[in-house]
Design a protein around this ligand. Structure first.
Ligand SMILES: [Mg+2]
Length: 102
């Protein structure tokens, strides 16, 4: 039997193993989505529904870790970083061309 460290309920980085698990499940759905060229219909079911479920699971796992592994101030830094990164992604989405070669 393992120590249980990193799992929900432990005292060592509680919940971080769940983040890895849920990211893996989301990756599995995205892999299926890519394999069928973006179609939602897949042999395993509706991939749009599965994306909603697994994205929710990833958010929940991250929220749990933010709550239980970090201080309030660190949590604020995570949120600030999240919105800064989101702004960068939106900028890239608006202008998807990479910079020209120097
Ligand atoms: Mg899941």
């Amino acid at each position: 039997m393992g120590s249980g460290d990193f799992s929900i309920g432990s005292s060592v980085w509680p919940g971080v193993s769940k983040v890895v698990e849920e990211i893996g499940e989301l990756g599995q759905v995205i892999g299926k989505l890519m394999a069928v060229a973006g179609a939602a219909k897949h042999w395993s079911g509706d991939l749009r529904e599965k994306m909603i479920e697994e994205m929710g699971d990833v958010y929940a796992a991250l929220d749990f870790v933010a709550e239980h592994c970090f201080s309030y101030e660190e949590g604020r830094l995570i949120i600030a970083r999240r919105y800064k990164k989101l702004a960068t992604f939106e900028k890239w989405h608006q202008n998807p061309e990479p910079p020209a070669d120097p």
